[in-house]
Design a protein around this ligand. Sequence first.
Ligand SMILES: C[S@@+](CC[C@H](N)C(=O)[O-])C[C@H]1O[C@@H](n2cnc3c(N)ncnc32)[C@H](O)[C@@H]1O
Length: 473
Amino acid sequence: MAIRQDTKNFVASLLAERTLQSNYWKEHSVNPSVETMMLDSQAPKLDLEERPEILSLLPPYKGKDVIELGAGIGRFTGDLAKSAGHVLAMDFMENLIKKNEDVHGHMNNIDFKCADVTSPQLDISSASADLVFSNWLLMSLSDEEVEGLTSRIIEWLRPGGFIFFRESCFHHSCDNKWKNNPTHYRQPSYYTQLFEQTHIQEEDGSYYEFELVERKCVGTYVRNKNQNQVCWLWKKVPSLGPEVKSFQQFLDTQQYTATEIMQTTKEFANMLDLKPGQRVLVGCGIGGSDFYMSEEYDAEVVGIDLSVNMISFALERSIGRKCAIEFEVGDCTKINYPEASFDVIYSRDTILHIQVSHCPPFFISDYCRAPGTPSEQFASYIKQRNYDLHSVQTYGQMLQRSGFIKVHAEDGTDQFVEVLKRELSATEQERDKFIEEFSEDDYNYIVNGWKSKLERCANDEQKWGLFVAHKPL
Ligand SMILES: C[S@@+](CC[C@H](N)C(=O)[O-])C[C@H]1O[C@@H](n2cnc3c(N)ncnc32)[C@H](O)[C@@H]1O
């Protein structure tokens, strides 16, 4: 009896969501236009700037099968169809998809379909698409609907296929006034975790999952409005099964908390002699250095971190701040920025996770270790953290071997110890405030972490290296 009531409630809530969303879109699609698609009075300007940006984030889709969900009047449909082999453009508002067809119907590789993406009768075959594209759709679906759609998308995609989606997060970015807005402005971590957890088992028993290729803020909105516009690109890849965690998930779940570790950015940024407008690539964590360089030096900052949690905190912290920072989840060993994209690359305690030869830094601070064999305890710490630690001297030599010139390698352990002591004492004095802002677990984690680091430095095991290196001209 109880189960039947639960099922009834579930169905009723799905129906209510459908009615709410379709009424909202009926109201907003009376006069279909770019303004109604973007719900913003600056829509034509934003559209011009963001459309090429969004398209540039897509993987190659020349000759491929593309499904566009929530296509609207086709801001993206025509561009997608210019290169794709076939596009299935779908929207649940008849007059929007009709307008899309009026404009793009002459392109004979597009099927226009009026359908609700939550409908179980979409008639899309498994493994029939190379790219699923959606721009501002998932925020019009309830959590249950997003979860159901995600499971179907992984089924529609061929192995190696991609899903790109872009959503407004945290709160709205548009300037249109409306009475009832049923849009779900979620935390970016909601989408990331959902896609990270999604798996499919094919008929032959093999597993597939989504691998995050990129997640970033839409630069157009960063420049014109805020950091709330976030997009993701995921690839369908073979998986060993739902339990096996990637390195990215390790960073998100094992190591870090919501707490910023140190505030020495000021000293280091001064060493770099930053100029307004210079483009800086920062291994960003939760964004402290990024905010400082953007706000104090008016630098154009791109903050990159492999940890989804770090970027989520950075995004949350950027609410209400006026700064030009593009935050991006990405692996610096894989991302290919165009040549000469940055004036400065700033990396703080990041490279220890990866092979040094992969990354071209100008200023680096990093954890190092004393030469010789580490003690059992220190070796187990290095292993638990998955670190790749070297002595300061070896690290400098590695930079030189990677092609950098004028490499300056300095043992900054004394400075590190000073900073740790300062931070420890300040945090201990502000214990109650800290716990109120974060949590007691965060407090214990960070204070104990600092104490252990101080102990390792006192035992002459852990070192901190400061490096400045130059790219040959
Ligand atoms: C903000 S507009 C974006 C349109 C287009 N992607 C763009 O960027 O210009 C959202 C679109 O999603 C469509 N939509 C919302 N919920 C939908 C659903 N459940 N099924 C299909 N389309 C939906 C709306 O009708 C609308 O056209």
